[in-house]
Design a binder for this molecule. Structure first.
Ligand code: ADP
Length: 184
């Protein structure tokens, strides 16, 4: 069933590993000739949702628009990889209801680990008060209650995390069988 689209939604704190895992998965799926599209939160905010801020209302609108595009694509057979902090549970669940072919991946690392990584230097700025409404510091993050996949990125490698997701997609019939098991 290679023509069944799906939205794979990576949620988690900044620096948890959403982009890193997404890139491993994207490479793997493209190598297998599957149709893949990426909606990355940072890039989306520069175009599709330009002008939106970080209030709850704006964050929800950001996610709603990403969800809208993800739905259009995945219902046409594309595997859509969304990486966005998406801190609010309700809006994630709203998008899930709409799309249905929806796999939520909780990219979970403790705040202390994300902060120590500080991939983009944003935690330092948030702690210094130079950035307001920063998720995990002075803005909430509501973890998924029952995600399809959970990756503990402080305990596993990006490849292990990616394989968990790929295995799940395969089990659910979103990938052609044997498409992800042949890696050395
Ligand atoms: P996000 O997209 O969630 O903001 P990034 O992917 O940009 O996070 O950064 C995550 C950082 O954590 C990277 O430096 C990455 O190398 C590191 N890391 C360590 N282990 C993992 C893992 N299992 N999965 C993803 N990232 C990991």
């Amino acid at each position: 069933m290679s023509d069944r689209g799906v939205t794979v939604w990576f949620t988690g704190l900044s620096g948890a590993g959403k982009t890193t895992i997404r890139m491993v998965i994207e490479q793997e799926l493209r190598a297998r000739g599957l149709k893949v599209e990426v909606l990355d939160g940072d890039i989306v905010r520069q175009n599709l949702t330009k002008g939106l801020g970080f209030s709850k209302a704006d964050r929800d609108e950001n996610i709603r628009r990403i969800g809208f595009v993800a739905h259009l694509l995945s219902r046409n057979g594309v595997i859509v990889l969304v990486s966005a902090i998406s801190p609010y549970r309700n809006i994630r669940d709203e998008v899930r209801q709409k799309i249905q072919d929806f796999v939520e991946v909780y990219v979970n690392a403790p705040l202390s680990v994300c902060e120590a990584r500080d991939v983009k230097g944003l935690y330092k700025k948030a702690r210094a008060g130079e950035i307001k409404q920063f998720t995990g510091i002075d803005d909430p993050y509501e973890p998924p209650i029952n995600p399809e996949v959970e990756c503990h990125t402080d305990q596993e490698s990006p490849e292990e995390s990616a394989m968990k997701v790929l295995d799940y997609l395969e089990q659910l019939g979103y990938l052609p069988t044997n498409s992800v098991t042949s890696r050395a």
